[in-house]
Design a protein around this ligand. Structure first.
Ligand SMILES: NC(=O)c1ccc[n+]([C@@H]2O[C@H](COP(=O)([O-])OP(=O)(O)OC[C@H]3O[C@@H](n4cnc5c(N)ncnc54)[C@H](O)[C@@H]3O)[C@@H](O)[C@H]2O)c1
Ligand SMILES: [Zn+2]
Length: 406
C-alpha cells in the first residue's frame, strides 16, 4: 500500500489571497468540497478573528470549498484527549453537517486537539479526509506531521487511536506568536529527540541556538520546526515501518517515562516538558551503562537545561517504572527501548535495569534539589579510559560516587 500527503509551510493561511487551503482541498470537476472546521479554544481565545476569517475565506473560494457548518470550538490541551465527550461532539457535527468520505475535517489547534479531531475524523464513516492545521511548535514540528491520532483512556496516553495518514498538513507560523513561554519551548524537546536519534548536525544547531530559542527567536524556531518536520517525514516515508508493525520506534526515544510522567503529574507537565525529562533519564541511564560517552552525556543534559527545561519533578520516582510495561504493551512484542551510543547514534535495548533507572532518578533529584551545576559534577568524575568492558564498570562506580557524594 502506498499513500501520499503534502506538508506545507505558510503564513496567514486564512488571508483571502492565500490560495494554499483551497488548492489543497479542491478537486478538478468535483465542485465545491465540504469542510468542517474544528478549532482549539486556546487558538480562538488568542486569535478571536480566526472563525470569521475562515468563513470569509470559504465565501471567497466557494467554487472550491464550502464550510458545511459553523466552526466547532473544542477545549484545548490534554482535556481534549482525556474527555471522550469531545469526540462525540465532533462525530455529531460531522453527522449533522452531512459530511462524506470525500469531505474534509480541518483541525486547527495544538497536538492534543489535532490528535482528538483526527481520531474522530478517522472513525466517522470509517475515515473522513483530515487537514491538519497545527498551531503550536510541538504540533507543527512533530504531532501533526505523522500518521497517528488518538485519545487517552484508562489513565493511559493514546490508548485509543488509529493510524490514518492526513490529507495534508498546513503549518502557519503566524499562530506561534501567541503561545505561552512553556508551549513555545516544549516543542523543542521533540526536536532534540529527533536530532539525537537522526541528525547530529541538527543537534549542534539546537545547541548553538538554545539561548535564542528560549528567548523566542522566531527565525531559529522556524528552522527547528522545518528540520524536525522533515526528519519525521523522512522517517515515515523511508523508515520502512510507517504503521509501526514491528517493535522498534526510534522517534519514541525518551517517551517510555515521558508518557507515564504526564499521567503521574495529572498532566501538569505538558508533553514536551515530560519528553525533556524522559530524554534526560535515558541519557543518564545510557551513560551509566557505559554506552554513551561522557562528552555526549554532558552536551545533552546541558542543551536541555539551556533551553530552560527542568529535569526533575517529585513524581519522578519508582512509579515511573510502570511506564516500561505500558510502553511495551502499546508497541506490542518484546520491550524495545531506544538508547544512544552517541549523538545521532541510536541503539536498541530489550532489557532495562530498573535499579539502575532508580539510581539515575536519584542522581537527577540530587542534582536539581541542590541546584548543583553539572560542571561541578563533572569535575569529580575522572577520565574514563580503557576497553569498553572496563569502561562500563568504571562508569558505574563513578556514577554511584557522584550520587553519594553530592
Ligand atoms: N500524534 C502524534 O504523533 C503525536 C506526536 C507528539 C505529540 N502528540 C500529542 O500532542 C499533544 C501535545 O501537543 P501540544 O504540545 O501542541 O500541546 P496542546 O495541544 O496540549 O496545546 C497546549 C496549549 O496551547 C493552546 N494553544 C494551541 N495553539 C495555540 C496558539 N497558537 N496560541 C496560544 N495558545 C495555543 C492550547 O489550547 C493548549 O492550552 C500531546 O497530547 C501529545 O501526546 C501526538
Ligand atoms: Zn512525543
Amino acid at each position: 500500500m502506498s499513500f501520499r500527503y503534502q506538508v506545507h509551510f505558510t503564513r496567514d493561511l486564512f488571508a483571502p489571497g492565500n490560495t494554499l487551503l483551497r488548492d489543497v482541498a479542491a478537486e478538478p470537476d468535483k465542485g465545491p468540497k465540504k469542510m468542517l472546521l474544528i478549532v482549539d479554544r486556546g487558538v480562538y481565545r488568542h486569535h478571536p478573528r480566526v472563525l470569521v476569517q475562515a468563513e470569509e475565506y470559504a465565501r471567497r473560494h466557494r467554487d472550491a470549498v464550502t464550510l458545511a457548518a459553523r466552526p466547532v470550538v473544542v477545549e484545548g490541551g490534554e482535556t481534549a484527549k482525556n474527555d471522550p465527550t469531545w469526540i462525540e461532539i465532533v462525530h455529531k457535527a460531522v453527522e449533522k453537517a452531512g459530511l462524506c468520505r470525500h469531505s474534509y475535517v480541518a483541525a486547527v489547534g495544538g497536538g492534543a486537539v489535532i490528535d482528538m479531531a483526527g481520531f474522530a475524523a478517522a472513525t466517522a464513516h470509517r475515515g473522513i479526509r483530515l487537514i491538519r492545521i497545527p498551531t503550536t511548535v510541538l504540533a507543527q514540528a512533530d504531532a501533526a506531521i505523522g500518521v497517528k491520532n488518538g485519545v487517552n483512556a484508562f489513565g493511559k496516553k493514546n490508548f485509543i487511536g488509529t493510524f490514518a495518514p492526513p490529507w495534508a498538513v498546513l503549518n502557519d507560523f503566524n499562530f506561534l506568536s501567541t503561545l505561552s513561554s512553556r508551549d513555545w519551548i516544549a516543542g523543542v524537546a521533540e526536536a532534540v529527540k529527533v536530532a539525537l536519534v537522526k541528525d547530529a548536525d541538527f543537534f549542534g544547531f539546537i545547541e548553538r541556538h538554545a539561548g535564542p530559542l528560549s528567548q523566542r527567536d522566531s527565525c531559529a524556531m522556524r528552522h527547528v520546526i522545518y528540520r524536525c518536520a522533515a526528519l519525521h517525514l523522512e522517517h515515515i516515508a523511508g523508515g520502512g515501518d510507517p504503521f509501526e508493525l514491528g517493535c522498534s520506534r526510534p522517534l519514541d526515544f525518551g517517551h517510555w517515562s515521558a508518557h507515564k510522567l504526564e499521567q503521574l503529574t495529572g498532566y501538569r507537565l505538558n508533553h514536551g516538558e515530560a519528553v525533556a525529562i524522559g530524554i534526560a533519564l535515558d541519557t543518564i541511564y545510557a551513560y551509566r551503562e557505559g554506552l554513551l560517552p561522557e562528552k555526549d552525556f554532558n552536551r545533552i543534559l546541558d542543551v536541555l537545561r539551556n533551553l530552560g527545561f527542568s529535569l526533575y519533578v517529585p513524581e519522578l520516582d519508582a512509579s515511573v517504572l510502570g511506564g516500561l510495561q505500558e510502553f511495551r504493551e502499546h508497541l506490542g512484542g518484546r520491550l524495545t527501548i531506544m538508547l544512544l551510543s552517541g549523538i545521532g547514534k541510536p541503539m536498541e535495548v530489550h532489557k532495562v535495569d530498573e535499579k539502575g533507572v532508580l539510581k539515575c532518578i536519584e542522581w537527577l533529584k540530587n542534582r536539581e534539589d541542590k541546584n548543583a551545576t553539572f560542571i561541578e559534577q563533572k569535575s569529580r568524575m575522572p577520565q574514563i579510559q580503557g576497553v569498553k568492558g572496563e569502561a562500563v564498570v568504571k562508569l558505574r562506580r563513578v556514577f554511584d560516587n557522584a550520587v553519594d557524594g553530592i
